[in-house]
Design a protein around this ligand. Structure first.
Ligand code: FES
Length: 115
């Protein structure tokens, strides 16, 4: 039986802040992606949720990379399971805020390009 809502747990906060997990009940539909759930949260519950994405569903921009159920995945291609999901930022990148990490290769930062 398809649930009406699923619980999505999201790590919130920035480096040096009190990091915490927050739970959101998201309306579920078959085939929705984890990114769909995060976009729903940002639109309907908390517009301050920081996420990064660009192509939305092509696995092309690679900007939506995060940890979903403990595995590094693209949020736009990962399907939301009926049991919900626990979503964290990448562990091996500098945390900026919530699910956004610094994924720009060091040689491509503006300071290095100008300098
Ligand atoms: S949003 Fe572009 S790869 Fe996921």
């Amino acid at each position: 039986m398809t649930p009406e809502f699923v619980t999505v747990k999201v790590q919130r906060g920035a480096e040096g802040e009190n990091l915490r997990m927050e739970e959101f009940d998201v309306p579920y539909r078959d085939g929705m992606s984890v990114l769909d759930a995060l976009m729903w949260i940002r639109t309907h519950v908390d517009s301050s949720l920081a996420i990064r994405y660009s192509c939305i569903n092509a696995n092309a921009c690679k900007e939506c990379m995060m940890r979903i159920e403990g595995r590094t995945q693209y949020a736009c291609t990962a399907r939301l399971e009926t049991g919900g999901a626990t979503i964290e930022p990448l562990h091996n990148k500098r945390l900026i805020r919530d699910l956004v990490t610094d994924i720009v290769p060091p040689k491509e930062t503006l300071g290095n390009l100008l300098g």
